[in-house]
Design a protein around this ligand. Structure first.
Ligand code: HEC
Length: 241
């Protein structure tokens, strides 16, 4: 083996190992400060969506409200989680009955505690609701996709906004990973791709939180580009099938 070749293999191995050990974003991975900022932002956004939902009961708004309850279930404090679980359960999509959720949303302002059991929500959410916050506000979403692309185009973003965006996408990536589409389940290769894009999304979201907390503008831009790439990669493989 030539030295050059050996160096090359070594570098490839290091890169491969780096990829294998790339962090999967979980609730524990969102830094505490980011979790706190995102919790406050989500409670405010969720209460606003619930108010809209009371006036115009559109499914797009309801899906975003469910998704925001789910992000709170990832990084909220215990009392907020317990209340968010009530909001989530009270937005009944099939029945188009949102009353209990709208009522429970009011309690998010000063949640009284209680216990949230993660098992209670297993298998109850859908990809369509996890993706809804990314959609435009006029479709009931939170404009996240447009905000991300605009920020990349402008080459900058407010640090606080970046932290909330990073935490939200990291949390939504956790759910996305668990929701492979039928196409992603057709064979092992497709399943691996799904997991890879969801994992990239989570890692980029977390990186966005970390770099924004340090006010490292260059690294923030790089993290946003990675995040955008994870969306596009997965959509190219699995959206509009
Ligand atoms: C692992 C795969 C995957 C990743 C990662 C992913 N998406 Fe999606 N997304 C999908 C699929 C599949 C659909 C279409 C099915 C659906 O909406 O249920 C979709 C739908 C959407 C929609 C349409 C929602 C609607 O109203 O129906 C938007 C907007 C969206 N994604 C934005 C994003 C953004 C922004 C990111 C990255 C931050 C992202 N997605 C990451 C798979 C993914």
């Amino acid at each position: 083996m030539t030295l050059r070749f050996r160096l090359f293999t070594c570098a490839t191995l290091v890169a491969a190992l780096g990829f294998l050990s790339a962090p999967v974003a979980t609730s524990a991975d969102v830094p505490p400060d980011a979790a706190k900022a995102a919790t406050a932002a989500d409670v405010a956004a969720l209460q606003k969506k619930l108010e809209e939902l009371g006036a115009t009961p559109k499914p797009g708004i309801a899906r975003t409200a469910r998704a925001l309850s789910l992000t709170l279930l990832v990084y909220g404090d215990d009392a907020t989680k317990a209340q968010a679980a009530k909001v989530y359960a009270g937005i009944k999509m099939k029945e188009k009955d949102f009353k209990a959720g709208i009522e429970a949303g009011k309690g998010l302002t000063s949640p009284k505690g209680g216990k949230f059991d993660p098992k209670a929500i297993e298998g109850t959410y859908e990809l369509h609701e996890i993706m809804q916050p990314f959609a435009l506000a006029r479709s009931g979403g939170l404009n996240i996709e447009k905000d991300l692309r605009d920020a990349i185009k402008a080459g900058k973003i407010d640090s606080k906004d970046a932290i909330v965006m990073g935490a939200r996408t990291a949390a939504l990536a956790d759910y996305t990973a668990k929701l492979p589409t039928d196409k992603a389940m057709t064979n092992a290769g497709m399943k691996t791709k799904w997991e890879r894009w969801a994992k990239d999304m989570g890692a980029a979201g977390k990186e966005l939180c970390d770099t924004a907390a340090k006010n490292d503008a260059k690294a923030v831009l790089a993290a946003m580009k990675k995040l955008d790439a994870s969306c596009s990669n997965c959509h190219n493989d699995f959206r509009n099938e």
